[in-house]
Design a protein around this ligand. Structure first.
Ligand SMILES: [Zn+2]
Length: 70
């Protein structure tokens, strides 16, 4: 089973989401994604974006989802 949570860099922060992806393993730049912390953000899929700091609320939510999926 694939990992249920994906990371979505947006607005200088890496959020997490369980939203379905249209293709591939990432959200293409410009995709509107609902994050685990409750925001609607526009994904930025660039090399630098993956170095942005992790959203603390999304990290907590992602960890809970990952644990419950086992
Ligand atoms: Zn977040």
């Amino acid at each position: 089973m694939p990992h249920p949570v994906a990371w979505v860099p947006a607005e200088q922060v890496r959020h997490a989401s369980t939203a379905a992806k249209s293709k591939g393993s990432d959200y293409p730049t410009g995709t509107e994604v609902k994050t685990l912390c409750g925001l609607n953000v526009i994904a930025v899929n660039s090399d630098v974006a993956w170095l942005w700091p992790t959203c603390a609320n999304c990290y907590t939510a992602a960890r809970e989802k990952t644990n419950s999926a086992r």
